[in-house]
Write a protein that binds this ligand. Structure first.
Ligand code: CTP
Ligand code: MG
Length: 357
């Protein structure tokens, strides 16, 4: 009976969706953890204000974008509202000294890094059984905006978007392909791949393109540009939630299967750029081609194996740290995942366990 395998496949996909929800829910941060993190942010803000009275300390990254897992690190950004301010290098040095004196954090100031930051960590406690890791940077307004953009995407269709993204974050960490320092991709890169897939690959799309929607009221150039980059996107979350109704009804399980299939088989790694702003672009159109004369452009070649356009800082390739070995490993993992999900596993829960082995 040809209908039999189809029915059992459908049952598997439905089962997979349920298992993905259950799997992700148990990895969400606890209320307690979120409260401790907010306390830490307030404490640090109070201390920074003893050096720079007009400063604010804001969360970005996973603690603020809706894609946070239990024990994820804290990304904090210090904004200074006064005209006269210390250089980031001086601030990092002074703040490092202050935190060392006044708090229980382990402190590591990096005043001379390309982007000066203070790295902090806290030993485990009952509320935070794995301790806390936190980076404080300065004036990174683009990161605050791209965090807000991801947050808006997360709340439009949380059941599907959050589940997919959180699963991919866990999967990429367990499979050890989530280390920009070791030639693979950051969490931020994986989140962009998921959004790209839901906006531009799925047809009908699961998500709207927030950067291409018409604004509700006139917008001025100054309000929408940071450092020459256009940072405007449709951010009326309430309205989006009411108005956006995707014609795509695929379940999370179905979307995950298609995501792995697309990135193991169809995405044009050699010539394509994944852009959530503009869809699939050509590397040449951005000057990111990797077939340039290797003698003269070795650097460009290494940096542009895998191309993901930053949604706001559009001349920045978020996947520039992915090496040729790293890309080989990542693609191998996409293929492995695709294979596991397509070979009719007995139970979805075993498939998930095997995926994240
Ligand atoms: N970011 C960025 N450009 C990059 C990498 C990161 O602007 N090339 C900013 C983004 O605002 C991103 C934040 O730094 O949201 C944190 O990046 P990352 O740690 O990769 O993502 P998280 O969502 O915080 O994931 P994790 O929970 O793994 O820390
Ligand atoms: Mg982070």
């Amino acid at each position: 009976d040809p209908a039999q395998p189809r029915a059992s496949r459908q049952r598997f996909v439905a089962d997979l969706s349920q298992c993905l929800f259950d799997f992700v829910v148990q990895l969400l941060p606890t209320v307690e953890e979120l409260a401790v993190k907010e306390d830490v942010r307030k404490l640090l803000e109070r201390l920074i204000r003893t050096i720079e009275p007009d400063s604010r300390l804001l969360s970005f990254g996973s603690t603020a974008n809706g894609f946070s897992l239990r024990n994820s690190d804290m990304d904090l950004c210090c904004l200074i509202d006064s005209e006269e301010r210390l250089s980031a290098t001086d601030l990092v040095t002074m703040l490092g000294d202050l935190l060392e004196r006044e708090t229980k954090f382990h402190v590591k100031p990096l005043p001379h890094a390309r982007i000066p930051i203070v790295k902090l960590s806290l030993d485990p406690s009952p509320a935070l059984p794995l301790g806390i890791a936190c980076d404080i940077g300065f004036e990174n307004r683009l990161a605050l905006e791209n965090t807000r953009l991801l947050y808006c995407y997360a709340v439009i269709d949380p059941a599907r978007v959050r589940t997919l993204v959180l699963f991919l974050k866990v999967w990429s960490k367990r499979r050890k392909i989530n280390s920009p320092y070791k030639g693979t991709l950051s969490s931020y890169g994986y989140v962009l791949l998921v959004i790209y897939f839901l906006v531009h690959v799925k047809n009908p799309p699961v998500l709207p393109n927030l950067q291409q929607m018409p604004p509700m009221r006139p917008i001025s150039h100054d309000d929408t540009h940071i450092g020459g980059y256009n940072t405007w996107f449709f951010d009326d979350v309430e309205l989006l939630r009411q108005r956006w109704q995707s014609a795509n009804t695929d379940s999370v399980g179905h979307l995950l299967i298609d995501f792995f299939k697309y990135f193991s088989r169809d995405f044009l790694y050699n010539t394509g750029v994944a852009s959530i702003r503009a869809g699939l672009l050509k590397k040449e159109s951005k000057g990111w081609q990797n077939d340039l004369d290797p003698a003269r452009y070795k650097d460009a070649r290494e940096r542009n194996r895998f191309c993901i356009e930053d949604p706001l800082e559009t001349d920045f390739n978020v996947a520039r740290c992915v090496t040729s070995d790293g890309l080989y490993t990542i693609r191998g993992e996409f293929m492995r995942a695709s294979r596991i999900l397509s070979t009719r596993p007995e139970r979805a829960i075993y498939a998930i366990a095997q995926l994240c082995e």
